[in-house]
Design a protein around this ligand. Structure first.
Ligand code: IPM
Ligand code: MN
Length: 371
């Protein structure tokens, strides 16, 4: 398969983790004989510095010319702490979602057995957690009209949903539930918000088309508690933009490391894949950032293009790295590997799937992993 992939490393640790993800994809291309072409472009603070805007037109053009986008991270404390700025790196990501029509953000929350002890939950509560969150990404509070009064003493953010914006993501969520444990939980605040009541009505109407899926309705405050108390009770979660931002972040904390989590953002025509972690500014260029979230984002990319065998190959390599404790300091305090070395091992394993003997010592010495 030929794929043109826009590579937007972004800020902080973004570029270095995305480099490992590209490395894994290059290994896949080599092993399975695909043609993947990578096209770098600027976004976020990096783009503000060079072009004066967080989302240059050239970046939008690159993304639209490509089949898909691989995205690193966004954010720079310099802008967070500057009260006089009206340009933020985050506008780059929000603008890109809008430009590319990415309406569904999909985040798998899986507690892997090898990370059970890293989860803040008791192992018996965390074990077996496997949630797929569908967060609406192109409307709602994030994109409503906002404003502040002349005297600066009052402000507003409008939340609007059109039924069509609800339907398109709801279809995706139902389809996923059909392939999984056939349970869909709509998380909302329909005891208070009109938009939530529209979500509820729409989802209930659509449920008749998916009779095999059990629909559960849950207020967001209750869901926030249940994700901690009984995460295993969830299968697919469907929710609006802002609620999804909070809930998915909360759920990600169960996994044991934010560094290993991936996400997909899907639209009619375009798609974007990114780790869920932020730009982690203090870790930039120190070689300590975990590249696994970025590498698993490449897995979601391959699955999106129906390259399941290829996706599984990366998953196997990641699992092997984790089992052998070949990972970065967030998960391995004793003998951490650098970002690059973790990426090297995973790429090596993809190219040598039958590898059973590893010269672990060589990996630490920066030499070949293969005997
Ligand atoms: C996310 C991030 C973004 C969001 C920020 C960076 C605008 O937190 O992808 O969840 O809130 O959507
Ligand atoms: Mn977020």
């Amino acid at each position: 398969m030929k794929l043109d992939i826009a590579v937007l490393g972004g800020d902080g640790i973004g570029p270095e983790v995305i480099e490992q993800s590209v490395k894994a994809l290059k290994a896949i291309a080599e092993y399975y004989d695909h043609n993947f072409y990578f096209h770098k472009a600027l976004v976020g603070a990096a783009a503000i510095h060079q072009e004066g805007t967080p989302l240059p037109q050239s970046t939008i053009d690159t993304c639209k010319k490509c089949n898909t986008v691989l995205f690193g991270a966004i954010g720079d404390p310099k802008f967070d702490n500057d009260p006089n700025t009206n340009v933020y790196p985050e506008q780059g990501l929000l603008g890109l979602r809008k430009e590319l029509g990415l309406y569904a953000n999909i985040r798998p929350v899986i507690v892997y057995n090898y990370l059970l002890n890293n989860s803040p939950l008791k192992p018996e509560n965390a074990r077996g957690t496997n949630i797929l969150i569908f967060r609406e990404l192109s409307a709602g509070l994030f994109y409503g009209k906002k404003g502040i009064s002349d005297d600066g003493n009052s402000a507003f953010d409008e939340c609007i949903y059109h039924v069509d914006e609800i339907k398109r993501i709801t279809h995706l969520a139902f389809e996923a539930a059909q392939r999984r444990k056939k349970k869909l939980t709509l998380v909302d605040k329909s005891n208070v918000l009109e938009t939530s009541r529209l979500w509820k009505r729409t989802v209930m109407e659509m449920a008749t088309t998916y009779p095999s899926v059990h629909v559960e309705l849950m207020y967001v405050d209750q869901a926030a508690a249940k994700i901690i108390l009984n995460p295993k009770s969830f299968d697919v979660i469907l929710t609006a933009n802002l609620i999804g931002d909070f809930i998915s972040e909360e759920a990600s904390a169960l996994v044991g490391s934010k560094g290993i989590m991936a996400s997909a953002s899907i639209g009619e025509k375009y798609s974007l894949f990114e780790p869920i972690h932020g730009s982690y500014p203090v870790a930039t260029n120190k070689g300590i950032a975990n590249p696994v979230g970025a590498i698993l984002s490449a897995v979601m990319l391959l699955e999106h293009f129906k390259l399941q065998e290829e996706a599984n190959s990366i998953k196997r390599a990641v699992t092997k790295a984790m089992e052998l404790n070949l990972t970065t300091e967030d998960l391995n305090k004793e003998k951490p590997l650098s970002t690059e070395k973790v990426g090297d091992f995973i790429a090596d394993y993809i190219l040598n799937p039958d590898m059973t003997n590893f010269n672990i010592q060589n990996i630490y010495l920066g030499q070949s992993t293969i005997i």
